[in-house]
Design a protein around this ligand. Structure first.
Ligand code: SAM
Length: 245
């Protein structure tokens, strides 16, 4: 099984190549100007953050922050953001964009989620986006997140929903995404429940795919998945977990 799934080094190499070679995936998912180029995506992400953060967070850790292209929006919801990612080129690009945009309360560094460079109970919120299904050791990652989060703090994770056929097909076609078939809403919440009160919600915030032509398809899917039990077919699920004190 192990050689079918990306380990930490392969993960790092994969995302380094995405930045170096800039395949279509880069422009669809990681482009620093994506939110400006795609106003519909920007609106969707903006609304998602408004829903996820009804109150401004104090100190927020973004685990697996990538190149942090969404910080112009996320940064409105925390007094301080610390981002970490295991892929150096992602962090270099994030640093450049943060400096260019003058987001002085956002800081990023190269580090692994398996060994977070932060003190115990030093974060009010831990956030991750499309990260958990890539990490090679979920129990260790969760134990690190638990360690750095203060009692009563929240862990919020946005993840692809394997029950959505287009999401399942997309991930099936890419080896770098195969962990989703093991690490999803059926397995991850169980690992959090020892230390957290855990809620799982469904949501249609997507980044790639959305443009003027596909908006109507997205809208139809959004209407359909607003009706239970079709919400289980949404594009995404998110975990909202509160650490017990
Ligand atoms: C799909 S990208 C998501 C990046 C960003 N959160 C976003 O939504 O654009 C997944 C990221 O997780 C990072 N990653 C994977 N395993 C990691 C680990 N153990 N520690 C830190 N980062 C990791 C990868 O380097 C990659 O940048």
């Amino acid at each position: 099984m192990a050689n079918l799934l990306h380990d930490l080094d392969e993960n790092r190499d994969h995302y380094s190549r995405v930045l170096e070679q800039k395949p279509s995936l880069y422009y669809e998912r990681f482009d620093q100007d994506l939110l400006e180029k795609q106003p519909l995506t920007k609106e969707l992400v903006d609304k998602a953050f408004e829903r996820l953060f009804p109150h401004k967070a104090g100190r927020l850790l973004d685990v697996g922050c990538g190149n942090a292209f969404y910080y112009p929006l996320l940064s409105r919801h925390a007094n301080e953001i610390q981002g970490i990612d295991v892929c150096g080129p992602m962090i270099d690009e994030a640093k450049e964009a943060i400096a260019e945009r003058g987001l002085n309360h956002c800081h990023v560094q190269e580090a692994s989620a398996l060994d977070l460079p932060f003190d115990d109970e030093s974060m009010d919120v831990v956030f991750s986006w499309d990260f958990l299904h890539h990490v090679p050791d979920v129990p260790k990652t969760i134990s690190e997140i638990t360690r750095v989060l203060r009692p009563g703090g929240r862990y919020i994770a946005l993840e692809p929903n394997i029950m959505n056929v287009s999401i399942a097909w997309y991930h099936f076609r890419r080896r770098s995404e195969w962990r989703l078939f093991l690490q999803n809403q059926f397995s991850i919440p169980r690992k959090l429940r020892n230390d957290f009160d855990v809620m799982v919600h469904y949501d249609n915030t997507i980044i790639s795919f959305l443009n003027d032509r596909t908006w109507y398809i997205w809208k139809a899917a959004d209407v359909l998945t607003s009706i239970p039990p079709f919400h289980f077919l949404s594009f995404r699920y998110f975990i909202d977990a509160v650490k017990r004190g």
